[in-house]
Design a protein around this ligand. Sequence first.
Ligand SMILES: Cc1cc2nc3c(=O)[nH]c(=O)nc-3n(C[C@H](O)[C@H](O)[C@H](O)COP(=O)(O)OP(=O)(O)OC[C@H]3O[C@@H](n4cnc5c(N)ncnc54)[C@H](O)[C@@H]3O)c2cc1C
Length: 508
Amino acid sequence: MIKSILVVGSGSAGLIAAISLKRKLPQLTIRIVRSPEIGVIGVGEGTTPNFPKHIFDYLGITRKRFYALAEPTWKLGIRFLWGPRGRFDYTFDQQLDRQWSDLSMPNGYYCDEEFRSVSLPGALMWHGKAFPRQPNNCPDIQGWHAFHIENAKFVEVLEILARENEVEILDGKVVGSDRLPEGGIAAVHLEDGRRLEADFFVDCSGFRSELLGRTLEEPFASFDRSLFCDRAVVGGWERTDEPILPYTTAETMDAGWAWQIEHEHHINRGYVYCSQAISDDKAAAEFLRKNPKAPSSPRVVKFRSGCYRRMWVENVVAIGNSGGFVEPLEATALMMVCGHVQTLLEMLSRSRLEPTPTWRSLYNDLAAQGWTDIRDFLALHYKLNTALDTPFWRHCQEDTDVSNIASLLEFYAENGPTGFCRYRLSRSENDFGVEGYLVMLVGNRAPYRARHTPSEAERRAWAQHRAQVDAAARTGLDVQETLSYIRHPGWEWHADTAVATRSSAPGR
Ligand SMILES: Cc1cc2nc3c(=O)[nH]c(=O)nc-3n(C[C@H](O)[C@H](O)[C@H](O)COP(=O)(O)OP(=O)(O)OC[C@H]3O[C@@H](n4cnc5c(N)ncnc54)[C@H](O)[C@@H]3O)c2cc1C
């Protein structure tokens, strides 16, 4: 029976895992060992709605405390500067997987000319507002938001919460291990000679994957046939007069794409690129041309996309970058961390802390399916983007492997943006749902044959619906105004109400 757990690494993955384990299974002894010399990755600042849900609803950390400590800003979705339209918005609510009752077809069929303000969050994004205004002028903070959160600050906050929850944090570098006769790990060795035993190990050592990859030598399954990027230049600047946008921006670049993440006082920019298509120097030069305020020598981060074939082997489970990674085009890493932690916890509880191989095997299948879903969805972003005619983007259009979603694409090419496309997704639990796929297909003007020509009455009804959400959005509050409200001593938090998409625990 598992009585003690050692978490290796105290980046956001290790700390979220340790806090969650201790809060849900308080009888366990949870220790973290982390290497101050190696440090944390320092990037990873965009989230999806399952992140606030994990923090507030799953862990029970109060909004008041979290907002005061972590100072997040709100993210309503992603603005894609992408495809032949040049721009479209992907929100966390339903824009296209819905239909107004006085129209004969779902929303996507009316978006040929223009795809904007199709829902309230979409209209808020368009107008640069974070939330609608209530009759008393206060922001109506709905559940269809995620956060932008500074990585270093977030890790500091998690460390405070971990210590409060009686998680012991030790400094030391893992350099070796003792193996169990039946497989798995009995103890790890630290550089200073200490030996740390545990019944169960959570490997959160980031890209080094100390236990799963290096010690247990689990094979890595690369996504390099679908995702060609493998590096990023990263560099931000202190905000001056730029408004705080309520969304992440993903902008097409010559050999990849650039993110813009909005913190209260800081703007974080990065260019994800394919090292086969552009050199580090040329990528940095293109990045600096577009972002003259960025530091003149931006940091280069190397990565590989993919996941380990199994993420739970014997008594070791890898969570976070140590188990798998894809570029942050949909900011899915923390979503995966929260989902995997929840799944692990449920499995440990249901197996009464004596998980058998069938539990491990199920966990591995679910986690692998979750990664495959993300790979396929990101691959579609590349396949459809015709914004730039560069060798890299031609290669993406021609060679990105989307064979896993071929039947969905075939169905769409004939029938268009109907919700029936959901039955052509490889799994109904897909984290982005049919909504995500429809937004990518409609946003990128993917062609389909069954066009709908709206009648005059339908055109008027469509325009009226959009005008209504536009009007509500126009009078909304921007991020700065909303921050002032929630920092007022009289402000009281109530649980968010609206249902958000992209909120399920992945791989479950
Ligand atoms: C360019 C880029 C952009 C990203 N953007 C996003 C984003 O927008 N949203 C998002 O959700 N995610 C993003 N990510 C992913 C992000 O890195 C993760 O979400 C998150 O920070 C989790 O990191 P981690 O805890 O797994 O690893 P890390 O932060 O690297 O932490 C690893 C920990 O392990 C410790 N460690 C390593 N080796 C040893 C050892 N031998 N002994 C002891 N300790 C050890 C380290 O000291 C550290 O404490 C991005 C990643 C990259 C590369």
